[in-house]
Each structure stands twice: as C-alpha cells, then as structure tokens.
Ligand binder design. Sequence first.
Ligand SMILES: Cc1cc2nc3c(=O)[nH]c(=O)nc-3n(C[C@H](O)[C@H](O)[C@H](O)COP(=O)(O)OP(=O)(O)OC[C@H]3O[C@@H](n4cnc5c(N)ncnc54)[C@H](O)[C@@H]3O)c2cc1C
Length: 269
Amino acid sequence: MQTYDVLIIGGGPAATSAAMTLKNRNKTMAVVANKAETGNLYKAEKITNYPGLPPMSGAEMAELFRRQLIDTGADIIEGRALSAMSMGDTFGVSVGSQFYMARCLIITAGTTREKLYPGEGEFLGRGVSYCATCDGMLYRGKTVAVVGGGEEAAQDADFLEGIGCTVLRFPQNGRYEISGEAKASTLTFNGESHSVDGVFIIKDTVSVTRLVPGLTYEAGGIVVDRRMATAVPGVFAAGDCTGKPLQLAKAVGEGNVAALSACDYLDKK
Ligand SMILES: Cc1cc2nc3c(=O)[nH]c(=O)nc-3n(C[C@H](O)[C@H](O)[C@H](O)COP(=O)(O)OP(=O)(O)OC[C@H]3O[C@@H](n4cnc5c(N)ncnc54)[C@H](O)[C@@H]3O)c2cc1C
C-alpha cells in the first residue's frame, strides 16, 4: 500500500490551497474530498471579497476551486473520511471500507453544524455505525435501520439488503432517539419505536471531534499555532475548521501555511 507524504481531509478552498502548495514542493498527496456541493462555499449567494477574482456565486467559485484541486494531480478519494489514527510514524485514514496511509495529515473539513441524535454518540460502535460497507457484515441477517437521504444512504440500504439484512429506511430529518442497554436496540422515529439490531446513520460529514483523536478545541475550532500545527504532531489544520473568522481568504491562507509546515515537518523527519 502506498504511503503518501500528505493526506488532506476535505475538498474545499483550504484543501485546494494546501494541495497547490504541496504540488509545488513535489510531495505525494491524496485528498479525501466530499462532493463540492457539501462545502460552505457552495451555499454562498455571491462572493465579493475574494482578491483577484470578480464577484461570482459561491457555487461557481466552488467549481473553480474543485477544478484546480483536480489539476494538482493529487489522488482524489471521493467520499467521507470516517476516522484517522496515528500508527507511530504514519497515519491511517479510513474512507468507507478502504484504508489509506500518509506521513502527515492536513484537516480542512470546514464546519459541521452537526447535531447528534439523542443516543447517537453514546451507542457509536455499539450498534450505531456511519458505514454500511465497513460494519454491515456484523449485522448479516439482522434488522437494521438506515437513517439518511441521498444516493449514499440508498446505496448503503441496498448493500445491507443484499447481505440479508431486513432494512428499515428513514429520512435524515425527523425526531430520533436511539436507545438500548449494552447495545442500541430501539430506534424511535417521530414517537414510533422500532426494534433494531443496528442503526446506520449516513451523513455528508463526520464531526472533526470524532475524526481525529487527540486534537484540542476552543470556541468550536481546532486549536492550532501560527504554523497551523495541532496538538497532534504531524497533524495540521486549516480553514473554517480552525474557527472564526469563517472567510474564504483566511481558509486559503491557512491552507498554504499548513502545507508549508507539513513540508517542513516531513523534511525534518
Ligand atoms: C451562506 C454563506 C455565505 C458565505 N459568504 C462568504 C463571503 O461572502 N465571503 C467569504 O470570504 N466567505 C464566505 N463564506 C465562508 C466561506 O464559504 C468559507 O470560509 C470557506 O468555504 C471555508 O473553506 P474550507 O475549505 O475551510 O471549508 P469548506 O468550504 O466548508 O470545505 C470543506 C469540505 O470538506 C468536506 N468534508 C468535511 N468533512 C469531511 C470528511 N470527513 N471527509 C471528506 N470531506 C469532508 C466538506 O463536505 C466540504 O466539502 C460564506 C459561507 C456561507 C455558508
């Protein structure tokens, strides 16, 4: 398995900026990137304060950034990074059922105004999973709920049915509660309870607080120093995920600094 110099999590402006700088420094890299539509930039009606470019919609600008990201030649891994862990001199990152390795990480996951369903955090790993292809086999022949809209949720539900699960499908929005004892055993949706062996929750993003262990946070952002280094050696962060101001120019500047710091870190090793 290839070990990249750098693996970037997130595919927005901060990631693009970091990837462009890493390319100039001849580093090998992969970018785990959700679809451009999931980023904050895509939602902006019009961007009028980004130097060098005329005013344009966030969606147009997000497409420009994504094209530039692809043009760096980085290996683009489409999907959500589910977890990252330190393995001594390297980091392992799981994306669906695939696993990738890198010498350092740059986190550019933006902000996730993610609200957990009651019971979700408590039963995560004990009947609650974010990945059907990773954990589905544990529930073969059992009754599972798939919570989420969109293509990925539909594909995951089909996959689970294909391996013999009875699948209860639920939309992303609604009132949920997951309960049980040692493991999750009941999903209550809009007041109606369903007995389940597992609950698969399919979201666009995974909160960074659960993505990389050991990071520290202040006012909702990952704590970084001026080099964009986090509390975990070899892990850098840039963009909205490091906190306010949530602005494009700041995200791009931080992506550049994080990439240069990652190069410095790699060169010293
Ligand atoms: C409505 C609105 C209007 C705005 N207007 C302006 C403006 O006028 N001027 C300005 O300067 N800024 C504006 N902003 C802010 C600007 O869009 C952000 O500061 C900028 O997009 C931050 O870039 P980023 O790369 O840090 O994060 P994002 O653009 O959010 O990109 C992060 C990407 O990482 C992906 N991701 C997250 N978790 C994972 C994971 N686990 N695995 C893989 N991918 C993951 C996300 O899905 C997303 O695609 C606006 C934002 C909004 C919402």
